[in-house]
Design a protein around this ligand. Structure first.
Ligand code: SAM
Length: 207
């Protein structure tokens, strides 16, 4: 059993409370960010797919808007943490946590009402492959949301990481580049700003 498997609900809650107060002190309200994403997804019908689940906070909020959220991440590290977050959020029966990479989604074409990836674009090694896959598995008329921190949000995250003696690397693509890529694939794309994030919101054509 690894250290992360042994994490307790109390440790998870303490970590989230600390992050929340650190964020608030620096003007960032992550809960508002997640709520905004749910608004941007809208009422799509069909299950939702979350790519780059991490600690499971967005997946939990997404489950308030859909009967099924499939949540995928290559790393085993945060899954025990995410399981506790999802259970605490009362969403354990609506979120399926899978191990896998966004570049090769293990789903048939057109099976999700919306496909979302938040705070992960800057981690992706091959964002183009992941965005192509996101589009492939979305249903006709479905929604793609590719979002990440804006410059102010990245500053807050860097400040928090520095306070813990770490650096938060920003790689991958900025959201504007993802938006242009989705537009080139023929999707109708708009870019939304705030709170402390930027979101490319794209809709597939209805066949
Ligand atoms: C900061 S976390 C995301 C947080 C989460 N989306 C949220 O809003 O609560 C970024 C995640 O992206 C994941 N990731 C990195 N490369 C990936 C890939 N190729 N496919 C899917 N997820 C990936 C990492 O393992 C990490 O858990």
């Amino acid at each position: 059993m690894s250290v992360s498997d042994a994490i307790t609900p109390e440790q998870v809650r303490a970590h989230l409370a600390k992050r929340r107060s650190q964020g608030e002190a620096l003007g960032m309200d992550m809960d508002r960010q997640y709520q905004r994403l749910v608004e941007l997804i809208g009422d799509v019908g069909g299950p939702l797919l979350d790519i780059g689940t991490g600690k499971g906070r967005l997946a939990t909020v997404m489950a308030s808007a859909a009967p099924l959220v499939v949540s995928l991440d290559p790393s085993d590290e945060d899954r025990p943490f995410a399981r506790i977050v999802i259970a605490d959020g009362g969403a354990a029966d609506r979120v399926a946590l899978l191990q896998g990479v966004g570049e090769r989604l293990p789903f048939t074409d057109g099976c999700f009402g919306a496909v979302v990836s938040h705070q992960a674009l800057h981690h992706f090694e091959d964002p183009a492959a992941i965005l192509r896959e996101m589009v492939r598995v979305a249903q006709p008329g479905g929604v793609i949301v590719a979002s990440d921190f804006d410059a102010a949000g990245f500053d807050v995250i860097e400040t928090i990481h520095q306070s813990e003696g770490r650096h938060h690397p920003i790689e991958g693509w900025p959201v504007d580049r993802a938006a242009a890529f989705l537009a080139d694939l023929g999707l109708d794309v708009r870019v939304e700003s705030g709170p402390m994030m930027t979101a490319a919101v794209a809709r597939l054509p209805v066949r």
